[in-house]
Design a protein around this ligand. Sequence first.
Ligand code: ADP
Ligand code: ADP
Length: 218
Amino acid sequence: MSLALRDVSRTFNGTTAVKNVNLEVKPGEIIGLLGTSGCGKSTLLRAISGLDSEYDGEIEINGTVSKEIHDTTGFIFQEPRLLPWLNVLDNVTFGLTGSRKEKENKAIDYLESVGLRGKERLYPRELSGGMAQRVAIARALVTSPEILLLDEPFSALDAFTKMQLQDLLLEVWKKYQSTIVLVTHDIDEANYLCDRVVILRGQPGEVDREFIISQKRP
Ligand code: ADP
Ligand code: ADP
């Protein structure tokens, strides 16, 4: 799905967090969003997802401008944010509709694709950081989002797990051709994963520079 931001600004109690951001993202593009802390990256992702509707300007998803929560978007945060009282399977089925069997079969498929087959009955406290983040990825993917919003999804992980999950993200992207907006502080990660990188200049965040990454993704 395509995504367009037109003159998007966000003010909190008179303080401007994001100012006049314009951005066009093509269907299936992986775009990196970089910039110093506090320049408004998370604020932009929340606006795109519809979790925040108090912004000015327009956000168009696949030709439709709306400030409703977009169920076509999936969110992955820095921390997994799993529900501690639910096991892995129920964390992934939570929010799905359909019969219990349908939901579970679907969740199991996605758990398999993130390498967690057999871990369905574990609880979040029994998982390593990397496993928990895989669950968060499965939970975001299971709703078949056409736009994936990732807010520093790998920055809390060790280097090895980080590389595994970056490759997993690329596999997922190849399979589902999702449009991805990735907030990261890691230039190497942006270089490895993204087609294009946008630098926000803080504060408030405005688009400063955009550049195309020429290196072809594997
Ligand atoms: P980034 O993700 O780039 O680190 P954020 O989007 O989290 O930046 O924040 C951008 C600016 O907006 C910061 O100055 C932050 O303090 C402010 N901000 C974000 N959310 C809120 C909020 N709910 N209330 C007040 N200020 C906020
Ligand atoms: P992230 O880890 O996604 O960058 P943050 O830590 O920036 O998230 O923000 C977490 C929550 O705190 C968000 O709901 C954001 O709106 C809110 N928040 C961020 N900065 C401020 C602030 N200065 N005042 C009030 N709320 C804030």
